[in-house]
Design a binder for this molecule. Sequence first.
Ligand SMILES: N[C@@H](CCC(=O)N[C@@H](CS)C(=O)NCC(=O)O)C(=O)O
Length: 221
Amino acid sequence: MSEQLRLYSYWRSSAAYRVRIGLNLKGLAYETSPVHLVRDGGEQHRPDYVAVNPQQLVPTLMHGVRVIRQSLAILEYLDEAWPSPGLLPMTARDRARVRGLAQLVASDIHPLNNLRVLRYFEQSWGVPQSERDEWTRHWINEGFEALEVLLESDPATGTFCHGQAPGLADCCLVPQVFNARRFEVDMTPFPTISRIEAACLELPAFIDARPDRQPDAQQPA
Ligand SMILES: N[C@@H](CCC(=O)N[C@@H](CS)C(=O)NCC(=O)O)C(=O)O
């Protein structure tokens, strides 16, 4: 497992942010290869990156010569390759709960608000910025309403999404709250989500993964 880890990342990508948290929680050193999603029409569309990730999305993780795509698959790969500390709990039932929380964010909230979706609205249909922002807020709110209930009502929720140690669901929650704040979602109706985010952001693994701490952090082009 001594081969180099390299993460194709963009500082504001919430999917890449998930993986940065996971790498940090595992204490794994990695190199960052920035892929600017905005500059020059988006470096994710450059042939050299398309060869690595035909979906033209970040993140992509290189482990030696292995290429791993999709943030949740990358996080589970890290967890299998470096089991301690675990990102998933011990029992099948608990693992299903944590994966369910993670997928609520990664599969059902985030894709609706992705850059390419918002760009399509703008370029194909001329949807103005204010309405695109409203769309984003709508889907974050709807997802967070369910997530708040699931977290608040379940005794398995602890300081973190599941128990007293951060894991896969927290890797997804914190970047999604970052996006919510960026789009000025009112977080007042989501006290449990906000409490867990605050607990995570006290930990170096989460602090070091923050967008503004990344080598490519800057104002968008
Ligand atoms: N399901 C993918 C989603 C990846 C994704 O959507 N990445 C965004 C950034 S958060 C991206 O690269 N967007 C580029 C674009 O929309 O052109 C994953 O979890 O890795």
